[in-house]
Design a protein around this ligand. Structure first.
Ligand code: CUA
Length: 413
């Protein structure tokens, strides 16, 4: 009998009565029968509550994965498949080790637990040379066996085929930029620079892609004129490839391909500041015909606005009439004077494949395909109000200016 149940018996009249009945006298010391029963009941209730809470949590967590677009166990390309094969291969020995170790701990702590009638110390095996050697060698053998497929997979995935399509992935705070550096992927105007997109990486399905990953900081520039906020990110699209660090001043690679046309979700997997959790991206894999159409469109320079409101927005964007002009300090628009690379390139912002913006925090289009004007308006009104920490400042635009800018931006097909 512990002190707690004695206390419970003191303060609960029912328990006291039960104690009186049990031994026939009123006593201030413990009544073993009643007290034991009471604390046992409480423990059971508590245990049941825990079990119910865990069950509820399990149901809740399972509910999270209803559509599971970022499921490593559902690979959609050879790289993800190779990685999954290794994962499964290692999972079985790991599960066996887990069962043996945890099972042993459970078994021993139940079987040899302290009992009242058992006072003698169990035999002490500390310093048993045979056991020590055994449990040092066994894990070493397991690790050595697992090392063979692991190292060969690392080598296999590190191979960079010469004919792979080259795309440079640029990590910024907090969005992803994509630069298509193959010679046949340059724009058809100006200096024939690479096609550049943000947020959505469009690729041809079935083609091997070699990504060069690098971190280029945020929208703001330091006083030295160099990019600021350079931090480490991690590029990860679970259905197509595993995580790879994106490090300032370094170039890492991911070689992958998508088996089928489709949409694949990805996200930054290394804490990189306030909006790390919302530093998302999408990969749109197209069939050959659609891919060619996409490339042809991306090679074109940005459309010039012809509609009245969109024209006003364009003037504001470039500061043509002495008003505005802040946008071009960071954003680039192909074939115009706006050539900055500090913020997402907006040349084809409203192309149907560019389905999300601001780190894929917002949908560019509504489910019915119409422009998601409200989202872009909210973004222009005050970027930090809808995405805390966003590097784009609030320019104090009037509602009329916002309408004009939205009209211009949605004309950039
Ligand atoms: Cu970028 Cu986390």
């Amino acid at each position: 009998m512990d002190r707690r149940s004695a206390h419970v018996r003191e303060v609960i009249p029912g328990a006291r009565k039960a104690a009186e009945r049990a031994d026939g006298t009123v006593t201030r010391t413990c009544a073993p029968v009643a007290g034991a029963k009471l604390s046992g009941g409480r423990g059971t209730v508590r245990r049941t509550r825990w079990i119910l809470a865990l069950l509820a949590l399990t149901v809740l967590l399972v509910a999270c994965s209803k559509t599971a677009p970022q499921n490593t166990m559902n690979p959609q390309g050879p790289t993800a498949q190779t990685e999954k094969n290794l994962l499964v291969l290692v999972l079985w020995p790991a599960a066996a080790v887990f069962l043996v170790v945890e099972g042993g701990i459970l078994l021993i702590s139940i079987r040899y637990r302290h009992r009242k009638d058992r006072d003698r110390m169990p035999p002490q095996i500390h310093g048993n040379t045979r056991l020590e050697i055994g449990w040092t060698i066994a894990p070493a053998i397991v690790l050595a066996v697992i090392m063979v497929p692991t190292v060969s997979t690392i080598w296999e995935l590190a191979r960079q085929p010469a004919d792979a399509m080259q795309i440079t992935v640029e990590g910024y705070q907090w969005w992803w930029g994509f630069r298509y550096t193959d010679p046949d992927m340059t724009v058809s105007y100006g200096d024939h620079d690479a096609i550049v997109t943000a947020d959505v990486m469009v690729i041809p399905a079935g083609r091997t892609i070699n990504l060069s990953l690098t971190s280029l900081g945020g929208g703001a520039r330091s006083t030295s004129g160099l990019p600021d906020h350079e931090v480490i990110h991690s590029f990860w699209a679970p259905q197509l490839f595993g995580k790879q660090d994106v490090i300032p001043g370094e170039t890492n690679h991911i070689v992958f391909s998508a088996d089928h046309p489709g949409l694949y979700f990805g996200q930054c997997a290394e804490f990189c500041g306030l909006q790390h959790g919302k530093m998302k991206f999408r990969i749109r894999a197209l069939d050959e015909t659609e891919w060619q159409r996409w490339v042809a469109n991306e090679k074109q320079k940005a459309l010039t606005a012809t509609d009245g409101l969109a024209q006003q927005g364009m003037d504001l964007f470039f500061g043509t009439n002495g008003v505005g002009g802040q946008c071009i300090q960071c954003h680039g628009v192909g074939g115009t004077a706006a050539s900055s690379t500090a913020a997402p390139n907006l040349t084809h912002l409203a192309a149907t494949t560019h389905e999300c913006f601001a780190g894929c925090d917002f949908e560019t289009f509504n489910p019915d395909g119409t422009p998601n004007i409200e989202a872009l308006k909210a973004w222009l009104r005050d970027p930090n109000a809808v995405k805390l920490g966003a590097k784009m400042p609030d320019y104090g635009l009037t509602e009329q200016q916002i309408d004009a800018l939205v009209a211009y931006l949605y004309s950039l097909k």
